[in-house]
Ligand binder design. Structure first.
Ligand code: NIG
Ligand code: FE
Length: 425
């Protein structure tokens, strides 16, 4: 008998459904979003950090070596690890007090206008050391993993000074290195105008363009740049300037667009040719057509609509029908969306965005991976890809969205290693 250490081969067998999400090597659109490449009584073999084969349990069992460690999925569903393509996972403190105020009628914008909101998290985050931020971030990394998420896009944006934005991006690097969760870093110095620049916003924009972006690029601290383009936050012109400068530094572009109002954010994203436009709660038919013409991927964040107590969900059906490669993400952050749970998002997608469970899973795996330039490595269970594989405690993949408020992941493998086991915690 061999131990796991002697052989790096592993097979997960006896899956009621192996949801491979296999398909063309590009983001999925239209009816492709309903095709999950399910193998009934499926199995998967892994060598080291990579997927070796997928097939039926009978096929895989006949091919594995004697020294291969076997994991019996016990008739459960197995999926690729979720790829959460929009999160703000590094910050100090919480905003439970503001949450309570919203429960009695205050709005997110009112709280922001009197110096709360993002600025209140910025105050606490500036006062925190990098070690404190990493330690808070580790706790959230554990939450993501136990929901079955193995990769997150991670934004800075609660520092808003050169020093504090760099501190956040370095914290993200450390979390990537020292936790089992994979982080893809995004620079979001343009999250809001910090209070000390309230009366000289051009000076803050120059700070982003002349100092922050060059250092972020020089130290390779981010792969993407993002801007919160919104009324009373960054105007379309300012967003254009910042993202154009980011592009010159070789960063990929993402944008918070049309979240709280229709400000032409989707159209601007299309003109800039960003990789994603995120939120889009207020985007109209013209905006959707613009996204389509520029192949921008919409990243829909129903957790923030829900947690803000709004009923203005994005027009997901129209976007899918228009042929957009829709992505779903949590928007995990301390203000508008304090959830790391992708299965909660799958539930919201089915109930409020009228996406089928299959479309939602495609949006949370392969389409998300492509939006992070990781489509060739992550987001589906196909030979050669990274072995991010999750056993969920249900028999049918639709139960992931149907039974809500339950974390279904029972065993999570990231790059072939067991990183969460519900039995042992
Ligand atoms: O995506 N829209 C801007 N940023 C976040 C909110 C961040 C916060 O409130 O701290 C969002 O919803
Ligand atoms: Fe966000």
């Amino acid at each position: 008998m061999s131990s796991e250490n002697e052989s790096n081969a592993l097979a997960i067998v006896n899956c009621s459904q192996l949801v491979t999400v296999a398909g063309p090597a590009r983001p999925r659109t239209g009816s492709e979003m309903r095709e999950l490449g399910i193998i009934e009584r499926g199995a998967i073999s892994i060598r080291g950090s990579r997927i070796e084969r997928v097939g039926t349990t009978n096929e895989i069992q006949s091919l594995i070596d004697n020294d291969c460690k076997i994991v019996d999925a016990g008739g459960r569903v197995v999926l690729p690890g979720f790829v959460d393509a929009h999160t703000h996972p590094v910050f100090a403190g919480t905003r439970a007090g503001e949450f309570e105020e919203r429960s009695t009628g205050a709005t997110y914008q009112e709280i922001t206008a009197r110096g709360g909101g993002i600025q209140s998290t910025v105050n606490k985050t500036r006062a925190a050391t990098i070690d404190e931020l990493v330690s808070a971030g580790r706790r959230y990394a554990g939450w993501f993993l136990r929901s079955g998420t193995t990769t997150v896009e991670a934004k800075s944006g609660y520092g808003l000074s050169l020093e504090d934005e760099i501190k956040l991006l370095r914290a993200i690097k450390q979390l990537d290195k020292h936790t089992a969760l994979r982080y893809v870093p995004t620079f979001l110095g343009a999250h809001t105008i910090p209070k000390e620049y309230a009366s000289r916003r051009e000076a803050y924009i120059s700070l982003i363009i002349d100092e922050m972006l060059p250092q972020v690029a020089r130290e390779k601290l981010a792969e993407f740049a993002d801007v919160f383009c919104e009324q009373n936050v960054f105007t379309n012109d300012e967003s254009w300037k910042i993202l154009s400068a980011a592009r010159c530094h070789g960063l990929g572009l993402r944008m918070h667009a049309d979240q709280l109002s229709l400000s032409g954010g989707a159209k601007l994203a299309a003109e800039l040719g960003t990789i994603t436009a995120d939120h889009l709660e207020h985007t109209d038919a013209e905006g959707i057509a613009a996204l389509k013409s520029a192949s921008v991927q919409p990243v829909l964040l129903p957790g923030s609509v829900y947690a803000l107590g709004s009923s203005r969900y994005p027009a997901a059906r129209e976007m899918i029908d228009a042929g957009l490669a829709v992505v779903l993400a949590t928007d995990f952050n301390p203000g508008s969306s304090p959830t790391p749970s992708m299965t909660m998002i799958l539930s919201l997608a089915a109930t409020h965005l009228k996406m089928t469970p299959a479309e939602a899973i495609t949006a949370a795996t392969i389409n998300a991976a492509y939006s992070l330039n990781r489509g060739a490595e992550l987001g589906s269970l196909e030979p050669g890809k990274t072995a991010d594989v999750v056993i969920h405690d249900c028999e049918d993949y639709r139960e992931l969205a149907y039974f809500f408020g339950v974390e279904h992941a029972s065993r999570v493998f990231a790059a072939g290693e067991l990183v969460f086991d519900r039995k042992s915690g």
